[in-house]
Design a binder for this molecule. Structure first.
Ligand code: UT7
Length: 325
């Protein structure tokens, strides 16, 4: 099997910023509540003419440039998203067309906040087996399109954005382990009820606000901590590494309190934890993606550093991957 690593990274955040002060004017909330309960200060939101593929393409172009590859060099595009441009075809097909990546296999994966880690794991298999040479993996979300702006328990949490990575064969390091898991008994804790085959769109589903994110926040919180700890420990074991070997932790950015609890339980003494929740909120698959990109671009990940990505989300899914940069 070939070694597979990251050749280039890129990100894109839409221009509009919604602050906690703005939200105070929309629902019964406060900057103090949002900051202390979540760690979020502001989030980016798309313009009316921007869809998920638009964000993904901008992040992808940056990642391709960084990797010094052309769109035609890509033979696989995976978009991790729960907010596709349309229910079908896959958002990856729109991205392929806009990039001009005519040689790429294209599909989306729906693994919510663990989507970027799932997509990295899948792309790795394609390259390691020799089926593909260069893959584009993007975590891209327009969560504002499925956010209920009248529900204060969820609307303060989410944002829009995209983070991309180009993967290919490397001589040393690369993806050392990839653990993916799911606890399907918890699908009812975080989901969007309508718009699928179970409850197709109707006037009734619109009137009942069923096309928005529903979340039992408290219950998700409790499972999230253990889930991320177990995922990280499994990925470490698979890679034959200890906590002390990790230089960087890139956790899913759902809640600062969850991240603190996970870090405490794992006891990562030397690792730096990269955070961007304060400025972006929870962007589902785009959270770990943009955090990894920023840690590489601005945060100082150096060649040879060992990086742990860990996430959980609707499903409830979880994933952890260890990458030697
Ligand atoms: O990324 C996918 C996975 N999702 C997550 O990881 C989210 C996990 N859950 C969480 O992060 C937290 O549970 C939340 C941030 C969603 C909520 O924080 P919490 O500390 O669990 O608050 P809570 O739901 O227990 O609510 C506490 C109080 C309630 O009032 P009462 O019943 O105590 O009077 C809520 O009604 O806070 C109230 N509340 C708010 N108050 C002001 C809920 N939302 C708000 C709000 N502003 N936005």
């Amino acid at each position: 099997m070939k070694k597979v690593g990251i050749l280039g990274v890129g990100k894109y955040l839409p221009k509009k910023i919604l602050t906690n002060a703005d939200l105070e004017k929309m629902v019964d909330t406060s900057d103090e509540w949002i900051t202390t309960r979540t760690g979020i200060k502001e989030r980016h939101l798309v313009a009316p003419d921007e869809a998920t593929s638009d964000l993904a393409v901008k992040a992808a172009r940056q990642a391709l440039e960084h990797a010094q590859l052309k769109p035609e060099d890509l033979d696989l595009i995976i978009i991790a998203t729960i907010t596709p441009d349309v229910p079908f075809p896959a958002t990856a097909c729109f991205v392929q067309n806009k990039l001009g990546a005519k040689n790429a296999i294209c599909f989306d994966i729906s693994a919510a906040c663990a989507g970027f880690i799932y997509a990295l794991g899948i792309a790795k298999q394609f390259i390691a087996s020799g089926t593909c040479r260069n893959a584009l993996v993007v975590g891209a979300e327009v969560l504002s399109s499925i956010t209920d702006w009248k529900d204060r328990s969820t609307c303060v949490l989410f944002g829009d954005g995209a983070g991309a990575a180009v993967l290919g064969e490397v001589e040393k390091g690369g993806i050392l382990s990839s653990y993916l898991g799911c606890e399907g008994q918890y699908t009812n804790l975080l989901y969007m009820p309508a718009g699928g085959s179970r409850m197709p769109a109707s006037q009734k589903t619109i009137d009942e606000r069923q096309h928005f994110i529903k979340m039992a926040g408290n219950e998700v919180f409790k499972i999230a901590v253990m889930s991320m700890v177990e995922a990280a420990q499994t990925a470490l074991k698979q890679a034959g590494l200890k906590c002390a070997d990790i230089n960087w932790i890139i956790p899913h950015q759902a809640n600062l309190r969850i991240i603190d609890a996970v870090a405490k339980r794992l006891g990562f003494v030397n690792a730096k934890i990269y955070l961007n929740i304060e400025k972006y909120g929870n962007m589902s698959s785009a959270s770990t993606a943009t955090a990894m990109v920023e840690a590489a671009q601005e945060g100082g990940i150096k060649k040879g550093d060992i990086v742990l990505l860990v996430a959980f989300g609707a499903g409830l899914v979880r994933g952890a991957t260890i990458i030697q940069w």
